[in-house]
Design a protein around this ligand. Sequence first.
Ligand code: C2E
Ligand code: CA
Ligand code: CA
Ligand code: CA
Length: 279
Amino acid sequence: VKHAGRNHMAFYSDELTAQARNRVLLEGRLRTALKQDKLECYYQPQIDIGSGKLIGAEVLLRWHDTELGFISPTVFIPLAESCGLIHELGLWVLQHSCQQFSRWLEQGITPFSLAVNVSAHQFSKDQLFDELTQVLADNAMPAHYLELEVTESALMIDEAKVVATMRQIKALGVRLAIDDFGTGYSSLSYLKRLPLDILKIDRRFIEHIPQANDDMQIASAIIALAHTMNFKVLAEGVETAEQLAFLRQQGCDYYQGYYFSKPLPATEFINLLQQQPNS
Ligand code: C2E
Ligand code: CA
Ligand code: CA
Ligand code: CA
């Protein structure tokens, strides 16, 4: 038994080493991909429930490695966060998507809101605000087209600092959304202190509608809460007509999800935008 235990330990530590090696390998490849512009921004439409119009797009990062294949952002974003690469990666996404957006504006597309994810880690450094003003200036991009999506976890790092940075960003005219609302651990009191515009209801509260009564109660409570605070509310991960009907009935403002469209490469997104009525 002792023997088996030791073997088990040996096996376990081999596995750890393999994991660590894997991480180092992946980190290196991610650095290279970033340097060589091998990452790609996809765009997922955001729809106004009342009018059915496309009013925005969330930028979602994609990485296709020539050898390893497609790697999910749920893998490489946490990796980038733990090795510090997230600052560079986050700036790349901002620069790249704002540049793309201003080219579209020049081409005369109907403007929409561009929602970019910002990691909590990016708030822990001082340069976020300066980088943001620089990116907007470089691309002559009007700030009111840009929206930043931030998770509650940003508040856990250094709330006072995050609040101060958010106020600066807000003063530029950039809008702020709380992402994955309802999944963090912070108290709701931050809703009064942050200059927010939008709450995004996490997909996990939407996916089991209409079967799960408790999720429906939670979703409708979040919608009411958002409106009490004068925020708009967007439901994520809407996949069915029933889910959309429920959200409409509850007065939810916007949605995104496979029901309307998956995240799309830039050209496909623009094709879709141009097929919209009055665009
Ligand atoms: P998120 O910000 O909550 O993004 C929403 C995720 O849900 C995206 O996954 C999107 O593709 C997926 N999704 C959208 N509609 C549906 C639907 O109807 N059904 C289902 N099942 N899924 C749907 P994705 O693209 O894999 O991204 C995962 C997470 O990675 C994002 O979650 C975000 O936290 C992070 N991420 C992606 N791009 C960036 C980025 O540029 N910066 C940062 N900091 N994080 C990013
Ligand atoms: Ca998001
Ligand atoms: Ca989300
Ligand atoms: Ca999420």
